[in-house]
Design a protein. Structure first.
Length: 242
């Protein structure tokens, strides 16, 4: 299996039944938000599931595995990231088709209104800035895509009643809700994530449904760390450490 790794890459443990993901030693790496989203998202084994802005494919791997989804795609515009994702699928013996293409093109590739569930951990920063590592800039800034395009494309891909699950920065909640509703995706479930109970929130998890009536359920806060810096019991469960 080490033949799947290039010189500048490592296999990182996903702490779930031996699943691992290939990442660069120096480059963009997945973080807790990806794990939180894969725990928050729900799908049925019979669903057509797509992870967009997929990066190394970690969310697609975890979400499809946890929900036993049979038909799964991962869409990633950066060729190096898509290549790593493909090799991660091979390492884990998962049949997840990686599409190395612009998000807008995925509607033609997959077909309009053909998808039941979408997950997305999008670039968080509204304004793109140059970076010595373009891979990191594209992953973290709205250079190649933005919230409006993500909402529009997701709406085109989803069947009526299909669901979008997103993780994003809490300070962009107003923008997120505006774009979702503007494209026929009704926010239905919201969970706010706090690094500690004494800190302000920094992330939100949101579920939106295509064609649904207005009305949102706000779940109890998700607190990641105790005041002494140890993991909360819920975070341990999310990471399968209990």
């Amino acid at each position: 299996m080490n033949s799947l790794l290039k010189n500048d890459e490592v296999l990182d443990d996903l702490e779930l039944d031996g699943l691992k993901v290939i990442q660069k030693k120096s480059g963009y790496k997945f973080s807790t938000d990806s794990v939180l989203l894969s725990n928050f998202a729900k799908a049925k084994p019979s669903d057509v599931y797509v992870d967009i802005c997929s990066g190394s494919g970690v969310i697609a791997i975890l979400t499809s595995y946890k929900n036993s989804v049979k038909t799964c795609y991962a869409v990633e515009i950066q060729s190096e990231m898509a290549d790593m994702a493909r090799r991660s699928m091979e390492y884990n013996n998962l049949y997840i088709q990686v599409l190395n293409e612009d998000l807008k093109d995925s509607v033609k590739t997959l077909g309009a209104e053909s998808v039941d569930v979408i997950t997305v951990n999008p670039p968080y920063n509204a304004v793109g800035k140059p970076s010595e590592q373009d891979e990191i800039a594209v992953a973290t800034h709205e250079i190649k895509t933005n919230l409006a395009e993500i909402a529009e494309t997701s709406s085109k891909l989803l069947r009526f009643g299909g669901k979008l699950f997103m993780v994003h920065r809490s300070d962009r909640l107003a923008d997120i809700i505006f774009e979702l509703k503007s494209h026929g995706l009704e926010p239905k479930v919201l969970r706010v994530v706090y690094p500690k109970a004494s800190k302000e929130p920094n992330l939100i998890l949101i579920e939106a449904k295509k064609g649904a009536k207005s009305g949102i359920k706000v779940l109890s806060p998700l607190i990641l760390m105790n005041e002494d810096g140890t993991e909360t019991e819920e975070l341990k469960i999310i990471y399968n450490r209990k």
